[in-house]
Design a protein around this ligand. Structure first.
Ligand SMILES: [Zn+2]
Ligand SMILES: [Zn+2]
Length: 620
């Protein structure tokens, strides 16, 4: 050999006996019509033609003369012993970065490294751990090789190419982890399993062809392969581990096979260039955070087989404009679409019974949502902070609405809650500053703490006969609230329930209701009226009015009757609701007026007043 940098290991041979492929384009000699041509200076680099040589020169120039080929061959040495003793690694560690072309030819060895090597011993025992001198590795001549063990080539950061034999079935944990110069890998058709982190942090890997034999991809196998642009997964694949392609920030497209039933936790988390993904019809579950922070993903079609969407599956997909959900879906996980702030509309399927906590939290572009007739529960904060949401049609199946379910939906103008609802959570509609009217159903017994707090546009509220408790701060700071009709059934009004309702002038306060502290504190209009009428407090004034105005009960009855009549007369969901505004006189003389506003709810989401009926009743 002419090369002066030849390592001095007696048992190694330095003949050029490896598999031949172009150092620039990677094509094998078998696939070419002509023989590869060698670089005239080093005699080692091989190219298809002058173009390929010229293309590679920028990289090759620096190492050209220093390149050394090491061939480890059965017959000349005990290959197994050479690998196991660490003698080869020790030698490789002394050589310059990226200068060694290593060929191993041994038709008997079945493994390189160890498939059960504990992680903490990898640094000392993995055969090529941190061998930065390796430029190219050719294992083609190891014709019985079935596995490359744990961390075998860990952090071989100059390794640019790799030839693997057709007998290989498994790649161990971290086998090629941090091989940051590796640009492409041809995995043989025999591979069935690629274990945890095998190619993690291979930051130059641009293309990947996974063979049709592959069944198992371990955890984080290709995580952080930041140059990987596309992936086609084979039809043989049945298992994909957690974070398999997490943080592959250049990945733009993925084709998933029909063999896959689940996508692992964080499978494509943080793939910030991924614009589209086709999910197979075999998929039943999307793991937790499967597509979290895929900030370029614009649309997704969920397959008809899917029953569950894991927690945070599309959280922070800030470009996601449309989602098509299948009729098979029964559960939408917590924060599944949190902060998808490009999502404008959502149609939820008829199969859905639950919406998880924060499912659409802070989807600030969401203008409309159609809730299915199957839905029974809306989780806490499910639509919290959906500041563009103008209308929601609630289905008759709904029984529970979680805390803050529609909190801070600052564009929501009306809420007609269905007769099935038995629970309204704390702050359910808190800070819905555009909400002008609300209709509560007869099925409800409590208005939760702060349920309508700071709804500064709310003008009237009619509470049904079923209500026994109004929670703490339920209507606090509803500064536009003029009138409230409280039912005779009310037993408890919570602390500060109507505090700072500046505009409140008319309220029917049932005699038997117990009042918490400061229920009407800073209700300036009411305070003034009470003062003018000579009462020491608003409470005393209201209680006195309730007792003295006997007609009030008649009016309330009429109001409810009217509501009931509208409910019964119209069979359609859309048009059955009415809200009422009653204006009671300040004393028991003069006239009592009240109006009924009939509201039409369109299926498309809009609402509008379709009729106004006014009555003037005179006190006798
Ligand atoms: Zn070439
Ligand atoms: Zn050269």
């Amino acid at each position: 050999m002419s090369n002066s940098a030849t390592p001095n290991i007696g048992s190694l041979s330095f003949a050029s006996t490896g598999s031949h492929c172009c150092w620039y384009c990677g094509r094998g000699e078998d696939a070419l019509p002509i023989k590869l041509q060698k670089c005239g200076r080093c005699g080692l680099a091989e190219y298809c033609n002058r173009e390929c040589q010229r293309g590679d020169w920028k990289l090759h120039k620096a190492k050209c003369k220093r390149l050394t080929e090491i061939v480890v061959r059965q017959g000349r040495c005990d290959v197994r012993k050479l690998l196991r003793s660490g003698a080869l690694r020790r030698r490789l560690l002394t050589l310059s970065e990226g200068t060694i072309i290593l060929t191993i030819r041994d038709p008997d060895i079945t493994t390189i490294g160890d498939m059960i090597l504990p992680r903490e011993r990898a640094r000392f025992e993995a055969p090529f751990f941190e061998c930065k001198s390796l430029l190219r590795v050719d294992l083609h001549g190891c014709t019985k090789l079935t596995s490359v063990g744990h961390a075998a080539f860990w952090d071989c950061s100059s390794l640019t190419s790799l030839v693997l034999p057709d007998s290989l079935t498994q790649l161990g944990n971290g086998a090629f982890n941090r091989c940051s110069s590796l640009t492409s890998v041809m995995l043989p058709d025999s591979i069935t399993q690629i274990s945890m982190g095998a190619f993690q942090d291979c930051s130059s890997l641009t293309s990947l062809v996974l063979p049709g034999s592959l069944t198992h991809l371990g955890e984080a196998t290709f995580a952080n392969c930041t140059s990987l642009t596309s992936v086609v997964l084979p039809d043989s694949l049945t298992h994909m581990g957690e974070s398999a392609f997490a943080a592959c920030t250049s990945l733009t497209s993925v084709v998933l096979p029909d063999s896959l039933t689940q996508l692992g936790v964080s499978a494509f988390a943080n793939c910030t260039s991924l614009t589209s993904v086709v999910l197979p019809d075999s998929l039943t579950m999307l793991g937790e955070g499967a597509f979290v922070e895929c900030t370029s993903l614009t649309s997704v079609v969920l397959p008809d087989s899917l029953t569950q969407l894991g927690k945070g599956s599309f959280q922070d997909c800030t470009s996601l404009k449309s989602v098509v959900m299948p009729d098979s879906l029964t559960q939408l996980g917590d924060v599944a679409f949190e902060r998808c702030n490009s999502l404008t509309s959502v149609v939820l399927p008829d199969s859905l019974t639950q919406l998880g906590v924060g499912a659409f939290l802070r989807c600030s572009s969401l203008t409309s949502v159609v809730l299915p007739d199957s839905l029974t529960q809306i989780g806490e904060q499910a639509f919290g902070g959906c500041t563009s949401l103008t209308s929601v049609v609630f289905p008759d199946s709904l029984t529970q609405m979680g805390d803050g379910a529609f909190g801070e939906c600052t564009s929501l103008t009306s809420a007609v809650l269905p007769n099935s609802l038995t629970q309204l959570g704390k702050q359910a509609f808190c800070e819905c500053t555009s909400l002008t009217s609300v209709v509560l159903p007869n099925s409800l017994t409590q208005v939760g703490m702060g349920a309508f707090g700071i709804c500064t546009s709310l003008m009237s509220a009619v509470l049904p006969d079923s209500i026994t408790q109004v929670g703490e701060g339920a209507f606090v700071e509803c500064t536009s609230l003029i009138s409230v009709v409280l039912p005779d059934s009310l037993t408890q009004l919570g602390d500060v329930a109507f505090k700072r309702c500046d505009s409140l002038t008319s309220i029917a306060l049932p005699a038997c209701a117990k009042l918490g502290d400061n229920v009407f504190a800073k209700c300036n209009a009411l305070l003034q009226e009470a003062d003018l009428a000579g009462f020491a407090s608003v409470e005393l004034y209201l209680r006195d009015r309730y007792r003295s105005i006997t007609l009030r009960k008649l009016v309330l009855r009429l109001l409810r009757k009217y509501n009931q009549a509208v409910n019964n007369a119209d069979g359609t969901e859309a048009e059955k609701h009415a809200t009422a505004l009653a204006l009671f006189p300040a004393d028991n003389t003069g006239s009592l007026e009240f109006g009924l506003f009939l509201q039409k709810m369109n299926l498309s989401g809009g609402d509008g007043v379709i009729g106004l009926v006014g009555y003037i009743l005179e006190f006798v």
